[in-house]
Ligand binder design. Structure first.
Ligand SMILES: *Cc1c(COP(=O)(O)O)cnc(C)c1O
Length: 386
Protein backbone atom coordinates (compact mmCIF):
# COMPACT_ATOMS: atom_id res chain seq x y z
CA UNK A 1 0.00 0.00 0.00
CA UNK A 2 1.33 3.47 -0.84
CA UNK A 3 2.31 5.76 2.05
CA UNK A 4 -0.51 8.25 1.44
CA UNK A 5 -3.14 5.49 1.41
CA UNK A 6 -1.80 4.05 4.67
CA UNK A 7 -1.97 7.55 6.23
CA UNK A 8 -5.71 7.54 5.49
CA UNK A 9 -6.62 3.89 6.14
CA UNK A 10 -3.86 2.37 8.30
CA UNK A 11 -4.29 1.36 11.93
CA UNK A 12 -6.07 -1.29 13.91
CA UNK A 13 -9.73 -1.98 13.18
CA UNK A 14 -10.40 -4.57 15.89
CA UNK A 15 -13.34 -2.71 17.44
CA UNK A 16 -15.00 -1.67 14.19
CA UNK A 17 -18.56 -2.96 14.65
CA UNK A 18 -20.66 -0.01 13.40
CA UNK A 19 -18.86 0.81 10.18
CA UNK A 20 -17.93 4.26 11.49
CA UNK A 21 -15.56 5.81 8.96
CA UNK A 22 -13.93 7.96 11.65
CA UNK A 23 -12.32 6.00 14.48
CA UNK A 24 -14.48 6.35 17.63
CA UNK A 25 -13.07 8.12 20.68
CA UNK A 26 -13.22 5.54 23.47
CA UNK A 27 -13.36 7.99 26.34
CA UNK A 28 -13.22 5.32 29.04
CA UNK A 29 -10.65 4.86 31.80
CA UNK A 30 -11.61 1.26 32.44
CA UNK A 31 -13.31 -1.72 30.72
CA UNK A 32 -15.67 -4.29 32.24
CA UNK A 33 -14.72 -7.97 32.14
CA UNK A 34 -17.15 -10.45 30.52
CA UNK A 35 -16.42 -13.13 33.14
CA UNK A 36 -14.08 -14.09 35.94
CA UNK A 37 -10.53 -14.21 34.61
CA UNK A 38 -11.75 -12.97 31.21
CA UNK A 39 -10.94 -9.79 29.32
CA UNK A 40 -12.18 -8.13 26.14
CA UNK A 41 -8.52 -7.33 25.48
CA UNK A 42 -9.01 -3.97 27.19
CA UNK A 43 -8.66 -3.62 30.97
CA UNK A 44 -7.54 -0.11 31.85
CA UNK A 45 -6.65 2.80 29.57
CA UNK A 46 -3.12 3.30 30.89
CA UNK A 47 -2.41 -0.15 29.40
CA UNK A 48 -4.67 -0.27 26.33
CA UNK A 49 -7.25 2.02 24.80
CA UNK A 50 -8.82 1.25 21.40
CA UNK A 51 -8.41 4.80 20.04
CA UNK A 52 -4.77 5.00 21.10
CA UNK A 53 -4.20 1.46 19.83
CA UNK A 54 -5.43 2.49 16.38
CA UNK A 55 -3.00 5.41 16.34
CA UNK A 56 -0.12 3.24 17.56
CA UNK A 57 -0.76 0.64 14.84
CA UNK A 58 -0.86 3.48 12.30
CA UNK A 59 2.52 4.88 13.43
CA UNK A 60 4.11 1.42 13.59
CA UNK A 61 2.97 0.81 10.01
CA UNK A 62 4.23 4.16 8.72
CA UNK A 63 7.68 3.67 10.33
CA UNK A 64 7.92 -0.05 9.39
CA UNK A 65 8.17 -1.03 13.07
CA UNK A 66 6.64 -3.91 15.03
CA UNK A 67 5.13 -1.59 17.63
CA UNK A 68 4.64 2.09 18.41
CA UNK A 69 3.86 3.67 21.78
CA UNK A 70 2.00 6.98 22.06
CA UNK A 71 2.93 9.45 24.81
CA UNK A 72 1.56 12.70 26.17
CA UNK A 73 4.55 14.60 24.68
CA UNK A 74 7.82 14.09 22.85
CA UNK A 75 9.73 14.65 26.08
CA UNK A 76 7.65 11.96 27.83
CA UNK A 77 8.67 9.55 25.04
CA UNK A 78 12.38 10.40 25.34
CA UNK A 79 12.23 10.23 29.17
CA UNK A 80 10.77 6.76 28.93
CA UNK A 81 13.49 5.65 26.50
CA UNK A 82 16.04 6.72 29.15
CA UNK A 83 14.45 4.16 31.54
CA UNK A 84 16.14 1.47 29.40
CA UNK A 85 19.48 2.52 30.92
CA UNK A 86 21.06 2.08 34.34
CA UNK A 87 23.50 3.97 36.55
CA UNK A 88 26.97 3.75 35.01
CA UNK A 89 25.71 3.51 31.43
CA UNK A 90 27.10 5.90 28.82
CA UNK A 91 25.31 7.31 25.78
CA UNK A 92 26.78 9.06 22.74
CA UNK A 93 24.50 11.78 21.36
CA UNK A 94 24.45 14.35 18.56
CA UNK A 95 25.95 17.64 19.75
CA UNK A 96 23.17 19.70 18.16
CA UNK A 97 20.07 18.21 19.79
CA UNK A 98 16.71 19.68 20.80
CA UNK A 99 17.17 21.88 23.89
CA UNK A 100 14.65 19.89 25.97
CA UNK A 101 16.51 16.65 25.24
CA UNK A 102 19.77 18.31 26.31
CA UNK A 103 18.08 19.43 29.55
CA UNK A 104 16.73 15.89 30.18
CA UNK A 105 20.16 14.32 29.62
CA UNK A 106 22.19 16.69 31.76
CA UNK A 107 19.72 17.47 34.56
CA UNK A 108 17.67 14.26 35.02
CA UNK A 109 19.47 11.33 33.41
CA UNK A 110 22.83 12.54 34.77
CA UNK A 111 21.34 12.51 38.28
CA UNK A 112 20.43 8.85 37.66
CA UNK A 113 24.06 8.02 36.91
CA UNK A 114 23.93 8.04 33.11
CA UNK A 115 26.75 9.88 31.35
CA UNK A 116 26.73 11.44 27.88
CA UNK A 117 29.29 12.38 25.23
CA UNK A 118 28.09 14.87 22.64
CA UNK A 119 29.75 14.49 19.25
CA UNK A 120 29.07 15.55 15.71
CA UNK A 121 27.28 12.38 14.58
CA UNK A 122 27.41 13.52 10.95
CA UNK A 123 31.01 12.22 11.23
CA UNK A 124 30.71 8.45 12.08
CA UNK A 125 34.41 8.42 13.10
CA UNK A 126 33.54 10.71 16.04
CA UNK A 127 30.92 8.19 17.16
CA UNK A 128 33.48 5.36 17.08
CA UNK A 129 36.04 7.46 18.95
CA UNK A 130 33.61 8.32 21.76
CA UNK A 131 32.65 4.69 22.54
CA UNK A 132 33.78 3.24 25.88
CA UNK A 133 33.19 -0.18 27.48
CA UNK A 134 30.22 1.41 29.32
CA UNK A 135 28.56 2.81 26.21
CA UNK A 136 25.07 1.39 25.65
CA UNK A 137 23.50 3.58 22.98
CA UNK A 138 23.83 6.24 20.30
CA UNK A 139 21.19 8.98 20.16
CA UNK A 140 20.91 10.82 16.86
CA UNK A 141 18.77 13.70 15.67
CA UNK A 142 18.82 14.16 11.90
CA UNK A 143 18.50 16.77 10.54
CA UNK A 144 19.55 18.53 13.74
CA UNK A 145 17.80 21.41 15.39
CA UNK A 146 18.57 24.18 14.53
CA UNK A 147 21.75 23.79 12.44
CA UNK A 148 20.29 21.19 10.03
CA UNK A 149 23.26 18.81 10.17
CA UNK A 150 22.50 15.42 8.63
CA UNK A 151 23.77 12.09 9.99
CA UNK A 152 24.31 9.02 7.81
CA UNK A 153 21.95 6.71 9.73
CA UNK A 154 23.10 3.46 8.07
CA UNK A 155 26.78 4.24 8.76
CA UNK A 156 26.11 5.05 12.43
CA UNK A 157 23.89 1.94 12.73
CA UNK A 158 26.78 -0.23 11.49
CA UNK A 159 29.20 1.38 13.96
CA UNK A 160 26.70 1.05 16.83
CA UNK A 161 25.74 -2.54 16.14
CA UNK A 162 29.39 -3.63 15.76
CA UNK A 163 29.69 -2.77 19.47
CA UNK A 164 26.26 -4.03 20.50
CA UNK A 165 24.86 -0.51 21.06
CA UNK A 166 21.26 0.56 20.51
CA UNK A 167 20.63 3.31 17.96
CA UNK A 168 17.87 5.81 18.75
CA UNK A 169 16.90 8.32 16.06
CA UNK A 170 14.71 11.39 16.63
CA UNK A 171 12.72 11.57 13.38
CA UNK A 172 10.60 14.59 14.31
CA UNK A 173 11.84 16.86 11.49
CA UNK A 174 11.27 14.54 8.51
CA UNK A 175 8.60 12.08 9.73
CA UNK A 176 8.16 8.66 8.04
CA UNK A 177 6.90 10.56 5.00
CA UNK A 178 10.52 11.44 4.14
CA UNK A 179 12.70 9.20 6.33
CA UNK A 180 12.27 5.73 7.90
CA UNK A 181 15.26 5.20 10.24
CA UNK A 182 14.26 1.62 11.20
CA UNK A 183 14.80 0.64 7.55
CA UNK A 184 18.33 2.10 7.79
CA UNK A 185 19.20 0.08 10.94
CA UNK A 186 17.92 2.22 13.84
CA UNK A 187 16.44 0.31 16.81
CA UNK A 188 14.12 3.01 18.17
CA UNK A 189 12.52 5.93 16.36
CA UNK A 190 11.43 8.92 18.45
CA UNK A 191 8.87 11.57 17.57
CA UNK A 192 7.59 14.74 19.00
CA UNK A 193 4.13 14.21 17.51
CA UNK A 194 3.43 17.80 18.51
CA UNK A 195 5.19 18.84 15.29
CA UNK A 196 4.43 17.44 11.80
CA UNK A 197 2.42 14.39 12.88
CA UNK A 198 -0.02 16.61 14.80
CA UNK A 199 0.57 19.30 12.22
CA UNK A 200 -1.72 22.05 13.53
CA UNK A 201 0.10 23.56 16.54
CA UNK A 202 -2.76 22.42 18.78
CA UNK A 203 -1.81 19.10 20.44
CA UNK A 204 1.18 17.75 22.34
CA UNK A 205 2.16 14.12 21.74
CA UNK A 206 5.17 11.83 21.39
CA UNK A 207 6.05 8.37 20.06
CA UNK A 208 8.57 5.58 20.30
CA UNK A 209 8.58 3.07 17.43
CA UNK A 210 10.63 -0.15 17.53
CA UNK A 211 11.86 -2.83 15.16
CA UNK A 212 12.35 -5.80 17.56
CA UNK A 213 9.55 -7.54 19.51
CA UNK A 214 11.71 -8.03 22.66
CA UNK A 215 12.46 -4.31 22.89
CA UNK A 216 8.79 -3.52 22.20
CA UNK A 217 7.79 -5.73 25.13
CA UNK A 218 10.27 -4.02 27.47
CA UNK A 219 9.01 -0.56 26.43
CA UNK A 220 5.35 -1.62 26.84
CA UNK A 221 6.14 -2.62 30.42
CA UNK A 222 7.76 0.76 31.10
CA UNK A 223 4.94 2.65 29.32
CA UNK A 224 2.18 1.14 31.47
CA UNK A 225 4.32 1.59 34.58
CA UNK A 226 5.19 5.25 34.04
CA UNK A 227 1.78 6.11 32.55
CA UNK A 228 2.63 9.15 30.42
CA UNK A 229 0.31 7.80 27.73
CA UNK A 230 -1.69 9.80 25.17
CA UNK A 231 -5.37 10.40 26.00
CA UNK A 232 -8.16 9.00 23.77
CA UNK A 233 -9.16 12.44 22.48
CA UNK A 234 -5.58 13.51 21.68
CA UNK A 235 -5.07 10.12 19.99
CA UNK A 236 -8.07 10.83 17.79
CA UNK A 237 -6.71 14.26 16.86
CA UNK A 238 -3.46 12.62 15.78
CA UNK A 239 -5.29 10.00 13.68
CA UNK A 240 -7.18 12.83 12.01
CA UNK A 241 -3.97 14.82 11.33
CA UNK A 242 -2.00 11.92 9.93
CA UNK A 243 -4.57 11.49 7.15
CA UNK A 244 -3.09 14.66 5.59
CA UNK A 245 0.55 14.10 6.64
CA UNK A 246 1.96 13.39 3.19
CA UNK A 247 -0.01 16.18 1.51
CA UNK A 248 1.14 18.70 4.12
CA UNK A 249 4.77 17.56 4.11
CA UNK A 250 5.03 17.77 0.33
CA UNK A 251 3.54 21.26 0.12
CA UNK A 252 5.52 22.59 3.09
CA UNK A 253 8.75 21.21 1.62
CA UNK A 254 8.06 22.78 -1.77
CA UNK A 255 7.59 26.18 -0.11
CA UNK A 256 10.67 25.70 2.11
CA UNK A 257 12.90 24.99 -0.89
CA UNK A 258 11.66 28.12 -2.66
CA UNK A 259 12.18 30.25 0.45
CA UNK A 260 15.67 28.79 1.07
CA UNK A 261 16.79 29.62 -2.49
CA UNK A 262 15.26 33.09 -2.34
CA UNK A 263 16.56 33.94 1.16
CA UNK A 264 20.18 33.46 0.19
CA UNK A 265 19.82 36.20 -2.43
CA UNK A 266 18.55 38.73 0.18
CA UNK A 267 20.86 41.47 1.45
CA UNK A 268 20.92 41.14 5.25
CA UNK A 269 21.04 37.31 5.07
CA UNK A 270 24.55 35.83 5.36
CA UNK A 271 23.89 32.07 5.22
CA UNK A 272 20.99 29.65 4.80
CA UNK A 273 20.99 26.15 6.36
CA UNK A 274 18.69 23.75 4.51
CA UNK A 275 19.56 20.15 3.53
CA UNK A 276 17.86 20.59 0.14
CA UNK A 277 20.42 23.14 -1.09
CA UNK A 278 23.03 21.30 -3.21
CA UNK A 279 25.93 22.99 -1.37
CA UNK A 280 24.69 21.74 2.04
CA UNK A 281 27.60 19.60 3.37
CA UNK A 282 25.44 16.46 3.63
CA UNK A 283 23.26 17.03 0.57
CA UNK A 284 24.32 13.70 -0.99
CA UNK A 285 23.63 11.72 2.21
CA UNK A 286 20.20 13.34 2.42
CA UNK A 287 19.44 12.39 -1.17
CA UNK A 288 20.46 8.82 -0.44
CA UNK A 289 18.67 8.21 2.87
CA UNK A 290 15.58 10.41 2.64
CA UNK A 291 12.68 10.95 0.28
CA UNK A 292 12.56 14.68 1.01
CA UNK A 293 14.42 17.49 2.75
CA UNK A 294 11.61 18.72 5.02
CA UNK A 295 10.36 22.22 5.68
CA UNK A 296 12.67 23.46 8.43
CA UNK A 297 15.43 25.93 7.67
CA UNK A 298 17.69 28.25 9.63
CA UNK A 299 19.53 31.37 8.50
CA UNK A 300 22.17 33.82 9.70
CA UNK A 301 21.37 37.49 9.44
CA UNK A 302 24.17 40.05 9.06
CA UNK A 303 23.70 41.52 12.55
CA UNK A 304 21.75 40.80 15.75
CA UNK A 305 19.68 43.94 15.05
CA UNK A 306 18.48 42.46 11.76
CA UNK A 307 17.40 39.24 13.49
CA UNK A 308 15.50 41.17 16.15
CA UNK A 309 13.89 43.43 13.54
CA UNK A 310 12.64 40.40 11.59
CA UNK A 311 11.11 38.91 14.76
CA UNK A 312 9.36 42.21 15.53
CA UNK A 313 8.19 42.88 11.98
CA UNK A 314 6.78 39.63 10.61
CA UNK A 315 2.98 39.59 10.43
CA UNK A 316 1.90 36.41 8.63
CA UNK A 317 4.71 34.38 10.21
CA UNK A 318 4.41 34.21 14.00
CA UNK A 319 7.26 34.55 16.47
CA UNK A 320 6.72 31.40 18.53
CA UNK A 321 8.53 28.19 19.42
CA UNK A 322 7.52 24.84 17.94
CA UNK A 323 7.34 23.76 14.32
CA UNK A 324 5.69 21.53 11.80
CA UNK A 325 2.19 23.03 11.84
CA UNK A 326 0.01 24.72 9.23
CA UNK A 327 1.03 28.09 10.70
CA UNK A 328 4.56 29.26 9.81
CA UNK A 329 6.63 30.02 12.92
CA UNK A 330 9.93 31.79 13.37
CA UNK A 331 12.10 31.31 16.46
CA UNK A 332 15.23 32.77 18.00
CA UNK A 333 16.99 29.55 19.14
CA UNK A 334 19.45 31.46 21.30
CA UNK A 335 16.62 32.86 23.47
CA UNK A 336 14.07 30.06 23.14
CA UNK A 337 14.74 26.38 22.44
CA UNK A 338 18.46 26.56 23.31
CA UNK A 339 18.43 29.12 26.15
CA UNK A 340 19.47 26.48 28.72
CA UNK A 341 22.62 25.47 26.82
CA UNK A 342 25.84 27.09 28.08
CA UNK A 343 26.78 30.10 25.93
CA UNK A 344 30.22 28.86 24.83
CA UNK A 345 28.76 25.50 23.74
CA UNK A 346 25.91 27.26 21.94
CA UNK A 347 28.16 29.74 20.09
CA UNK A 348 30.54 26.95 19.06
CA UNK A 349 27.64 25.29 17.24
CA UNK A 350 26.66 28.48 15.42
CA UNK A 351 23.62 29.23 17.58
CA UNK A 352 24.42 32.94 17.78
CA UNK A 353 22.36 36.11 18.20
CA UNK A 354 22.20 36.30 14.37
CA UNK A 355 20.58 32.87 13.84
CA UNK A 356 16.84 32.47 13.18
CA UNK A 357 14.91 29.24 12.59
CA UNK A 358 11.89 29.09 10.31
CA UNK A 359 9.20 26.41 10.19
CA UNK A 360 7.51 26.82 6.82
CA UNK A 361 3.77 26.24 7.09
CA UNK A 362 0.89 25.90 4.66
CA UNK A 363 0.27 29.56 3.79
CA UNK A 364 0.80 30.62 0.15
CA UNK A 365 4.56 30.83 -0.36
CA UNK A 366 4.16 34.27 -2.00
CA UNK A 367 2.68 35.64 1.23
CA UNK A 368 5.50 34.14 3.29
CA UNK A 369 8.19 35.62 1.04
CA UNK A 370 6.47 39.02 1.00
CA UNK A 371 6.23 38.96 4.81
CA UNK A 372 9.88 37.99 5.29
CA UNK A 373 11.10 40.36 2.59
CA UNK A 374 9.31 43.27 4.25
CA UNK A 375 10.64 42.31 7.68
CA UNK A 376 14.24 42.01 6.47
CA UNK A 377 14.07 45.38 4.72
CA UNK A 378 12.01 47.19 7.38
CA UNK A 379 13.44 50.33 8.98
CA UNK A 380 14.91 50.11 12.46
CA UNK A 381 11.59 51.27 13.92
CA UNK A 382 10.26 47.86 12.84
CA UNK A 383 7.38 49.62 11.10
CA UNK A 384 7.00 47.42 8.04
CA UNK A 385 3.77 48.52 6.40
CA UNK A 386 2.09 46.68 3.60
C1 LIG B 1 9.75 19.46 20.10
C2 LIG B 1 10.80 18.41 20.00
C3 LIG B 1 10.97 17.45 21.01
C4 LIG B 1 10.13 17.47 22.28
O1 LIG B 1 8.79 17.18 22.02
P1 LIG B 1 7.54 17.79 22.86
O2 LIG B 1 6.37 17.24 22.15
O3 LIG B 1 7.64 19.29 22.80
O4 LIG B 1 7.67 17.30 24.26
C5 LIG B 1 11.93 16.48 20.81
N1 LIG B 1 12.71 16.45 19.71
C6 LIG B 1 12.57 17.36 18.73
C7 LIG B 1 13.45 17.28 17.53
C8 LIG B 1 11.63 18.37 18.83
O5 LIG B 1 11.52 19.28 17.86
Amino acid sequence: MEFQTFCVHGGSHRYDVTGAVSVPIFQSATFAHPGVGESTGYDYSRQQNPTREHLEALLAGLENGVDALAFSSGMAAISLAMELFEPGDHIIASDDIYGGTHRLFFHLSAKNGITFSLVNTSDPAQVEAAATPRTKAVFVETPTNPMMQVTDIAAVARAAHARGLLLLVDNTFLTPCFQTPLDLGADIVIHSGTKYLGGHNDTLSGFLVVREPALAERLRFLHKTVGACLSPFESWLLIRSIKTLAVRMERQQESALRIARWLRTRPGVDAVYYPGLPDHPQYEISRRQTRGFGAMLSFDTDRAETAERILRSVKVIQYAESLGGAESLITYPMLQTHADIPEAEREAKGITNRLLRLSVGLEAVEDLMADLGRAIAAGSDGGAET
